[in-house]
Write a protein that binds this ligand. Sequence first.
Ligand SMILES: Nc1nc2c(c(=O)[nH]1)N[C@H]1C(S)=C(S)[C@@H](COP(=O)(O)O)O[C@H]1N2
Ligand SMILES: [Mo]
Length: 207
Amino acid sequence: MGQSQSAEGEQQSLPPGQRLQRGWPVTHYGPVPKFKPDRWDFRVFGATADGEKHSWDHEEFSALPYETVVADFHCVTKFSMVGAEWGGVPARTVLELAPPAAGVTHVMVWAEYGFSSNLRLSDFAAGTTLFATHRAGELLTAEHGFPVRLVVPHLYAWKGPKWVRGVEYMTTDRRGFWEERGYHNIGDPHKEQRYSYQEEPGEGPEL
Ligand SMILES: Nc1nc2c(c(=O)[nH]1)N[C@H]1C(S)=C(S)[C@@H](COP(=O)(O)O)O[C@H]1N2
Ligand SMILES: [Mo]
């Protein structure tokens, strides 16, 4: 086991408009993909520092340094879960192993079936952003994103794709799946950044 981080350990109250949910609901668009271990890879592409694509197969990805993060989880549909313990590979480790070029400002995290979510590089590089393989010490179930999902504890949960397959380094921002469909480009729950119509100039690409 590696280091442990806490995203909101001191946080007592939920973000505005959120309510506590017992259990852990399953929320996503579309079907649950079937995991095919010999076809699976995790790719880093786009504006990499060396101009090359990087990829790990499932065995290689599973051998990357493992850390845990304890964090709250806020869905934009207003349910929250508190104190979830996630385990997996920190986004920072991916940034170290496959560094971005100097001009990279944003990333697109890609999942099965073309689902995607865009993040500022600073949100992606945050110490608690994790490619989770485990929750509460157990492997994720298929519905919750097995084998890998992203967790970005300081943003709404749609910013964390389940069934992740890769990261694209970008030198300009582009909207992901939900960000194109009316959700806020940044998605900070403490600022209640739910919808794109709330965006201030500079918070997202033109709609
Ligand atoms: N691939 C994929 N990932 C996704 C989504 C999705 O539709 N597809 N929905 C997001 C949303 S809106 C939420 S709230 C969380 C829900 O995660 P859970 O089902 O594990 O609770 O997954 C996020 N990740
Ligand atoms: Mo959500």
